[in-house]
Design a protein around this ligand. Structure first.
Ligand code: ADP
Length: 362
């Protein structure tokens, strides 16, 4: 039977195909078990492209045949995995969260919350451990979009009383809307809203998440600054429609994150077009505005979502379209956005880890 070291040696010779780095260095091994001459492995990946997996399987089998010939049968499961942000463990606020992402927009009403919810559920569907904080303290819409009516319970962690997020559709959710009656939050002053957000991190039990998303309030105010100063954000996702008026504000959002050294992981263009019954597309808010902005500022376009009544209905009914109509084009777009985001996060985190601490000036 091969020793643990032998298995590590073998897997250190196999690269995760998307990141081009070996599985051991990436810490992308989820589990290993041996049963007689059979080995069961669960590896993490950034991308589950079929052809890539086929090639990867051949390489893994070859390396085991070379390095551990008593293993006759290699069975590998592949799961999506996220690398940890380099400063995640340094954060005393949420040390068990590998990555934090702000879902932001310049303007209200562009579909930021809709995108945050569908993205969170899609990431959970990919098998990742996902949390969502409704940081839109002034207009929390997450309770409705998740159809959550219960109140969160308390628990004790290391002698401290903490709120337990509510789990629905595979996502751990926390919103000020769970704690207040009616719309009383709208009268809050800025500092109170910021301290509420801080409490959503420090006084809530966030356990071992791959990613925690924040549904931000629109614009570039206090809450955005509070967040970037409280935790090491992996990055931001900016939601916009293709319309110029929305793009102007989306650009401001991008610039604000740039100023506080938070990378924009990508842009989601929402309400990109309407599918007419005859198969034509009606570009209600203009064509490819978000896409062009991405080219201009050098940020990936995560995807384009059509405008469709079913997206709105899903939000209002508390069942996001990725679950209510999983076969729809809109659900497919959200799922692809989630997959692209996994790759972007991994690329960013890999680069950040590889950066030397000292720059050598010749
Ligand atoms: P924001 O968070 O930017 O204020 P919301 O997510 O609340 O925006 O969306 C605003 C409204 O537009 C909601 O009623 C929502 O259901 C609807 N909506 C968002 N995206 C779409 C879409 N792609 N198609 C149809 N309706 C949408």
């Amino acid at each position: 039977m091969p020793t643990e070291q032998t298995i590590k040696d073998i897997l250190s010779r196999v690269n995760e195909p998307f990141l081009n780095k070996d599985f051991i260095s990436l810490n992308f091994i989820k589990s290993v078990s041996i049963n007689g001459d059979k080995l069961n492995l669960t590896l993490m990946l950034s991308d589950k492209d079929e052809n890539v997996i086929k090639e990867l399987m051949e390489k893994i089998k070859l390396e085991f045949a070379r390095g551990a010939s008593d293993i006759k049968n290699v069975n590998v499961n592949f799961e999506y995995g996220l690398l940890e942000h380099k400063d995640a463990k340094k954060s005393s606020v949420i040390p068990n969260v590998k990555n934090t992402i702000a879902v932001a927009s310049g303007k209200g009403g562009v579909g930021k919350s809709t995108a945050a919810v569908n993205l969170a559920v899609s990431l959970a569907e990919l098998g990742l451990k996902v949390g969502l904080i409704d940081a839109d303290i002034y207009g929390p819409s997450i309770p409705m979009m998740f159809d959550i009516k219960e109140k969160p319970k308390m628990t004790e962690v290391a002698g401290k009383r903490k709120l337990v997020p509510i789990k629905k559709y595979g996502v751990e959710v926390m919103s000020i809307g769970f704690l207040i009656e009616g719309d009383s939050a709208v009268v809050w002053r800025g500092p109170m809203a910021s301290s509420a957000l801080k409490q959503f991190m420090s006084d809530v039990y966030w356990d071992k998440l791959d990613v925690l998303l924040f549904d931000m309030p629109p614009g570039t105010g206090d809450i955005q600054l509070t967040l970037s100063q409280t935790i090491p954000l992996t990055g931001a996702v900016v939601v916009t429609t293709p319309q110029e008026i929305s793009l102007i504000d989306a650009r401001k959002g991008f610039q604000m994150f740039q100023k506080v050294n938070v990378p924009t992981l990508g842009i989601i263009e929402n309400m990109s077009y309407y599918n007419l019954p005859d198969g034509q597309r009606d570009y209600i808010f203009g064509r490819d505005g978000g896409k062009k902005m991405c080219e201009e500022i050098g940020v990936p376009l995560l995807g384009q979502i059509p405008i469709n009544k079913k997206v709105r209905e899903g939000g209002d009914a508390g069942k996001p379209i990725v679950l209510s109509e999983p076969q729809s084009e809109e659900a497919g777009s959200f799922l692809n956005i989630a997959k692209t985001l996994v790759k972007e996060v991994n690329l960013k985190n890999l680069k950040a880890n590889e950066k030397p601490n000292l720059e050598i000036i010749v």
